[in-house]
Design a protein around this ligand. Structure first.
Ligand code: ZN
Length: 167
């Protein structure tokens, strides 16, 4: 989960190997998957980062300037499955830290409020999965992004359910 709040604006965030592998898995399954999207938390809409690899200064779709923390987020991957928009976050170990976890929960619930379906994939899951398993995971995420029953089945037993969009 990327956010610029603790970093200088010009900080260039990297795309991780795990994000790339997950993107490749969606592509291999011919599932449309987008990078470099920004979700504005003022208007709830999303747009392509006009300057990929740097943090945005403002929303392209509403008058919001991103001059305070928490005004937007940058999902690692976004999926468009029919009418459903899903955000996929590929998370490393830093997301297990309490402070980051609290921030993540806030981001997830804001995304849900705007109707996005949220998925979290851990780096270690990707690291430990052969290509075929990752393709299966990509397909499962795609299916679950437009099927609430499947979504809940997929997350059954998890302490912090990422959350299906509130319709
Ligand atoms: Zn906006």
């Amino acid at each position: 989960m990327s956010s610029g709040r603790h970093l200088p604006r010009e900080y260039r965030y990297g795309k991780t190997e795990q994000e790339n592998r997950m993107q490749q898995a969606f592509a291999a399954m011919q599932l449309e998957c987008m990078r470099d999207r920004i979700v504005c938390f003022m208007c709830g809409r999303h747009f392509k980062n006009p300057t990929p690899d740097t943090y945005p200064h403002n929303c392209m779709l509403c008058p919001a300037n991103f001059d305070k923390p928490g005004m937007y987020c940058m999902p690692d991957l976004m999926l468009f499955n029919g009418g459903t928009l899903a955000c996929v976050f590929v998370n490393g170990l830093v997301h297990d830290k309490d402070r980051v976890r609290r921030k993540d929960i806030r981001i997830k619930s804001t995304l849900q409020t705007f109707g996005y379906v949220v998925f979290i994939v851990k780096n270690e899951t990707i690291d430990n999965s052969p290509v075929s398993a990752l393709r299966g995971l990509a397909y499962a995420i795609w299916q679950a992004s437009a099927n609430e029953g499947l979504y809940h089945l997929m997350h059954r037993g998890e302490k912090e359910l990422p959350g299906f969009a509130q319709q």
